[in-house]
Design a protein around this ligand. Structure first.
Ligand SMILES: [Cu+2]
Length: 287
């Protein structure tokens, strides 16, 4: 069914990505919450733990990931369906193909130390696991060192409604159905897995010399230390039919969206099959 988390991040593990975060915090202003606005749940990643609430109300929720560590982290969110527990999930973490009761519902894509990124998800009641499978210098996945934590989503609803996105992007085998340009500013980008395999949509800003082909070369060759991207955020594994809304602080320049999932059963990375899409951010009102 779905590819193990270990496969999805193979391009990022081992410290190959050392780009820095933009530093912009896309979180909506704190303080009074507008009626119907999704509540913001902050989760802090460090070596090696997630700090955050144990339970939240159900409904549209802004997941804000703050990296307080020295390494890169991400927040993978999986729903443990049926009556399965975190201990059950811990036992299957290393399986090549996860059992069908583990449902990838997104989370927040990889960010650099000191970075922040947010994703809005509709959280259904149930038990979830938060997981980071980036590897430390010795090759041990962070989830085996403590970055595995449960989150209970309560039946009680938070009453929020999903904000209207600026743009909707479908993920398919094997493409991002995305526009060529987006206006600068804080953009709400809704992504939906319209395919039959898990997909992700990580968002990276290209440095001035960067290009999609340079990024592929960098991912595929550990000796390539060019770091052609800045990590902006995005959403990790989404099961078919699942969606998420990204809050992207876009600056004028060149970006790309990429999927690092490995194709089943061949496990060729999806970005080798077309899931790498460059887009240009243009000045507001510009052409
Ligand atoms: Cu994909």
């Amino acid at each position: 069914m779905r590819v193990e988390f270990l496969l999805i991040c193979f391009g990022l593990i081992g410290g190959t990505v050392t780009a820095r975060q933009t530093g912009a915090d896309p979180t909506p202003p704190a303080g009074h919450r507008m009626p119907g606005a999704p509540p913001v749940v902050t989760i802090t990643a460090r070596e090696y733990a997630f700090d955050g609430p144990d339970s939240v109300e159900s409904g549209p929720t802004v997941l804000r990931l703050v990296s307080a560590g020295r390494e890169q982290h991400f927040l993978g969110l999986v729903k443990l369906s049926g009556s399965h527990t975190l201990a059950d999930y811990s036992r299957v973490l290393s399986w090549k193909v996860l059992p069908p009761w583990v449902i990838a519902v997104g989370g927040v894509g990889t960010i650099a130390p000191g970075g922040t990124a947010t994703t809005t998800l509709v959280l259904e009641p149930g038990l979830y696991a938060m997981v980071c499978d980036m590897e430390d210098a010795q090759g041990t996945p962070h989830m085996r060192k403590g970055m595995l934590r449960s989150l209970t989503v309560l039946p009680r609803a938070n009453g929020a409604v999903m904000p209207t996105p600026d743009v909707k992007i479908d993920l398919t085998e094997f493409a991002f159905m995305a526009p060529e340009t987006l206006p600068a500013g804080l953009r709400l980008v809704e992504v939906r897995n319209a395919g039959s395999q898990p997909h992700m949509a990580l968002v990276w800003r290209l440095v001035s010399s960067g290009s999609a082909s340079a990024v592929i070369h960098w991912l595929d060759n550990p000796s390539d230390t060019s770091h052609p991207v800045v990590l902006v955020g995005g959403v990790p594994d989404l099961a078919p039919g699942r969606g998420a809304q990204l809050q992207l602080p876009l600056q004028v320049g060149h970006y790309l969206m990429i999927c690092l999932v490995g194709d089943t059963p061949g496990q060729t990375a999806h970005y080798h099959k077309g899931m790498i899409k460059e887009f240009t951010v243009v000045p507001m009102g510009g052409r």
